[in-house]
Write a protein that binds this ligand. Structure first.
Ligand code: MLT
Length: 322
């Protein structure tokens, strides 16, 4: 008898889950940003939360859970109930580089999450405090080679974008400097404004305003073309370091096991939100490159996570041990 009832009961439960997914969301949700407020990850995560709030008429709020280069907040998201009410902002650091650099990482970027969609890429800038002796990437290389032991590179924790991309730059130059961890690059920039640390490799959303205002120096952008927002900042190739290229991806993830209908609703809302002219203007005014329509959605994000893991893990393991 029990054997006969079981399939019927499972079918009823599946029906309830599917009906719940169709009406999702019926209450507020959270976007975990695994870094301090005010930095590129936070700005992007807040925009995603706004997109979901507007699309669903339910408030999605940002919760900043910094620490361990993004691993603390990302682990919390991986372990959250897979119901679509807890999402995570993830990027090249949390969802690729961390695998190479974070000991005992408690989640697997490619199997513990349901990808929702890519939002943008954000070119990385080498920015220094105003009083730093070098005024160009070439001068930076010369100065850093001669003063390695005195220099402080600040970053948002092991495995973060700011840590990883500076590590790759150090590898290209052949230097090792002191690395100072913070919970995000917003506090790093404050420390640089106070001349307490020397330099950072931060996505353009972070330092661009300070560089334009002349309170920090932008020595190079790690892309093959200059950026319209900072036309005076030369590319890494112009500065003699063509191998240093970095434009990390920013994306939204849900915990593994989130119902497909909920994933579809979130992914569709994010896609439409990125078509909104106000959202587009805000992101591009900050220097982000909005992901093209064909590259949005769960499948391109899953492919991005895999290809970035394949690309970065071997290089970073070797860069970290040299
Ligand atoms: C931030 O948003 O605070 C940082 O850019 C994070 C990072 O470096 O990965």
């Amino acid at each position: 008898m029990i054997k006969l009832l079981l399939p019927a009961a499972l079918a009823v439960l599946a029906g309830i889950a599917s009906a719940q997914a169709q009406t999702f969301p019926t209450r507020p949700g959270t976007v975990i940003v695994p870094f301090a407020a005010g930095g590129p990850a936070d700005i992007t995560g807040r925009l995603a939360a706004e997109i979901f709030s507007k699309a669903f008429g339910q408030q999605f709020v940002v919760e900043n859970i910094g620490g361990a280069g993004g691993a603390t907040g990302t682990t919390r998201a991986a372990r959250a109930a897979p119901d679509g009410y807890t999402l995570a902002l993830g990027h090249m650091g949390t969802h690729a580089a961390a695998v190479a650099l974070t000991p005992n990482l408690a989640y697997k970027p490619d199997t513990d999450f349901e990808p929702i969609g890519l939002m943008s890429t954000q070119p990385v800038i080498l920015a220094t405090r105003k009083g730093f002796p070098a005024n160009s990437l070439k001068e930076f290389v010369t100065y850093a080679k001669a003063n390695q032991s005195k220099l402080n590179m600040a970053h948002a924790g092991i495995g973060s974008v700011s840590h990883t991309t500076c590590l790759l730059m150090h590898h290209e130059i052949g230097i090792k400097t002191t690395m100072v961890p913070f919970t995000g690059t917003a506090p790093v920039l404050n420390a640089m404004l106070g001349e307490q640390v020397d330099y950072v490799c931060d996505p353009i959303l972070g330092p661009a305003g300070h560089i334009r205002a002349g309170t920090l120096k932008g020595l190079a952008i790690a892309t093959d073309k200059r950026h319209a927002l900072l036309p005076d900042v030369p590319t890494s190739a112009e500065g003699g370091l063509p191998g240093w290229q970095a434009a990390p991806f920013y994306a939204i993830f849900a915990p593994k096991g989130t119902p497909q209908a909920v994933i579809d609703r979130l992914s569709d809302a994010l896609d439409k939100g990125l078509d909104d002219e106000t959202v587009r203007k805000r992101l591009s005014d900050l220097g982000a490159v909005i992901t093209e329509k064909k590259d949005r959605g769960p499948k391109p994000l899953a492919a991005m996570v895999k290809s970035e893991m394949d690309r970065l893990i071997p290089i970073l393991k070797s860069a970290a041990t040299q």
